[in-house]
Ligand binder design. Sequence first.
Ligand SMILES: NC(=O)c1ccc[n+]([C@@H]2O[C@H](COP(=O)([O-])OP(=O)(O)OC[C@H]3O[C@@H](n4cnc5c(N)ncnc54)[C@H](OP(=O)(O)O)[C@@H]3O)[C@@H](O)[C@H]2O)c1
Length: 253
Amino acid sequence: MPANGLGTYSLTGQVCLDSVGAALASGVRLIDTAYMYGNEAEVGRAVRESGVPREEVFVTTKLYPSQFSGAEAAIEEALEKMDLGYIDLMLLHHPGAGDVEAYCAMERALTAGKLRAIGLSCYYVDELTAFLPRVSVKPALVQNEIHPYCQDAEVVPFIHDQGTAVQAWYPLGGRGHNDELLSDPVLASIAQTHVVSIPQVILWWALQRGVVIPGSSNPAHIEEDDRLYHFALTEEEMAAIAALNRNEKHDWY
Ligand SMILES: NC(=O)c1ccc[n+]([C@@H]2O[C@H](COP(=O)([O-])OP(=O)(O)OC[C@H]3O[C@@H](n4cnc5c(N)ncnc54)[C@H](OP(=O)(O)O)[C@@H]3O)[C@@H](O)[C@H]2O)c1
């Protein structure tokens, strides 16, 4: 699985087609969507029309709790809408009634080769402790809200200890919530030292702890957010960012 990619929350219609197209053209190979974003068809179409071979692209989608009671049909619906032959990773979007049964339906689709990997989103220590003993296939990945103001300092190592990858949603603080984070003086000073942008500092910090999926509809930002491998943060800089944690979630789940 690619370490970083493009999130498509709130990107719909032509904006979604253009953003996914720009991401794939600039070398991004992981695209994250969900039933709830209402753009699975556009994501699938942008991948098909990109000219990038299907097997080089990693596509994630998610079942929403409203779909849990009919998960088998919902998985088929996602496969049909995306029209990519298979889905690389499917997650349960967040806990809800019937989540274990929905996960079992994903396990069956995994065995049938319709899904290549399965996992969870918005599951923290208590939720995972209750959920994991009830399913057979270990989640490949858990996607949770993680950014410098909400670091999930205990949750990340707990998930890694299960042998499960962690992926950060809202890595830049979240669309509509990121003004303060993207002008934070500690991050600004680190960015200045490395002659990179504040988003690049945040994304590299996140990559050192897990994997990330920043969202953007701006081709220049998409390219900037993917160019992360030419600098490294020192231990002191990582510690300075760790000290910014306020356990401040920017969304409710
Ligand atoms: N599993 C879940 O429950 C869940 C929940 C929320 C989100 N997600 C996933 O996580 C992804 C990321 O979340 P998000 O898109 O809401 O928030 P985000 O990545 O934290 O922030 C996106 C915002 O940052 C801006 N941005 C991106 N790159 C930038 C750059 N280099 N410089 C300046 N601004 C930049 C974007 O504006 P521009 O468009 O102008 O670049 C956009 O307003 C979503 O797309 C979705 O795939 C998952």
